[in-house]
Design a protein around this ligand. Sequence first.
Ligand code: AP5
Length: 234
Amino acid sequence: MKTIKLIFLGPPGAGKGTQAVNLAVQWETLHISSGDMLRESIKNKEPLGLKAKNYMLKGELVPDNIVISMVMEKISSNTNNKGFVLDGFPRTSNQAKKLDTVMADEGIILDAVVYFETSEETVLRRLSGRRVCRNCGANYHLTNMLPKIAGVCDKCKGPLYHREDDKPEAIRKRLEVYKNKTTPLLSYYKKSGLLKTINGDLEVQEAFEEIKNKVTGAWCSGAWCSGFLKDDTC
Ligand code: AP5
């Protein structure tokens, strides 16, 4: 059976997490979010989380040595035979090179790097209105993805909160860090022919369709797709 292995790249608030969850549900892939893993570690008061916390609150990147080993362990222990979506990793050239080395060692081949090209205006609107479930991490938005009951998660009834790093000063810092440290990865993956750009300003369903078309279009035209994607594109 065909597996799918993707990286989602883009600024904070571009919708990477939202689309990774959608794809994980539809294609049964593993969603590996470095941000979610770090937040879980903080919630559980683990040593790794305690080291990461202050960087995250300020909107800075957590040092490579902490993040790389955490994500690599997850990839290496992955038993999901339908692949994975890496969301928020890699974010520095060092992380990208390390990922290449580990994947080459383990015989893992990436299918695509999906770049969510998103305007700053969209990013600011989305992050300032985002609310997150304290229990299960589900994302909502005050204007376009409202929970059924205000302040309460639809999925687990947990309380919703405003992420500390979604406040104006930390957002500014995250955007600056993204420009300086993460945008060089665009040319890195362009050179390897893996980069597929989608319009991150689109609404959720439209962006989802664009990802499916760009990432899977070539496969589904071939007979070997064998219905893997289980939707109308097959
Ligand atoms: P992380 O949690 O990864 O944050 P991020 O990359 O900044 O991404 P976001 O979660 O803010 O945005 P997203 O693109 O996933 O958007 P989402 O779908 O949620 O990282 C947090 C911190 O952890 C970092 O700052 C760093 O400190 C540390 N860290 C993580 N990985 C690291 C690494 N590799 N190296 C070092 N440090 C690391 O959507 C946002 C909002 O918009 C939601 O409310 C959603 O409902 C809404 N929305 C989404 N899509 C749409 C749409 N199409 N239309 C309308 N609304 C939408």
